[in-house]
Ligand binder design. Sequence first.
Ligand code: 5GP
Length: 177
Amino acid sequence: MRDIKDLKVLIDRDSLNKRIIELALEINNFYGTEKPLTLICILRGAVMFYTELAKHLKMPVKMEFVTLSSYGNSEKSSGKIKAVNLAIPDLENQNALIVEDIIDTGLTLDFLLKFIKTNCKVRDVKLVVLFNKKCARKFDIEPDFAAFDVDDKFIVGFGLDYNGFYRNLDYVGYFNL
Ligand code: 5GP
């Protein structure tokens, strides 16, 4: 178990907040302010980003949640989707935006996107992520909106956990190996 004292700050609170507001503006410009948008939060990692982003969106927003996991308690993706709670809300004829903390191999989002497109009669579904770990990608998938690109390091805080802890940090950090 690593110690929080060894966590180095990667992105501080002000930079996170500033960038999320910019990203919300981009999303507002893309969708406009009239048509409803269903935001789908992938629990638990996206929760901080999701609530922060939602506050700055100007269209009528519905807030929905799903639970997916591919990491377990490790710092590497298990390569399998675990702990799936796919009580997907009714998305028929709706514009949906999946909100995720980080895209790494792409497994999680590839799985959810295919599931929604196949089963939900959604009008349109797009992806927004707080972090894009491009160098780790194994699936052919890119987010439509992304706040930050990150290197292939294990990051923690602002929703992202280490062994279930540190999701509550208001900044994002990493452990030196
Ligand atoms: P993927 O399915 O794209 O490989 O991984 C996505 C999920 O893995 C994320 O939702 C997140 O839970 C976890 N993950 C990927 N990279 C990191 C990381 O650097 N830190 C933490 N805490 N979780 C990560």
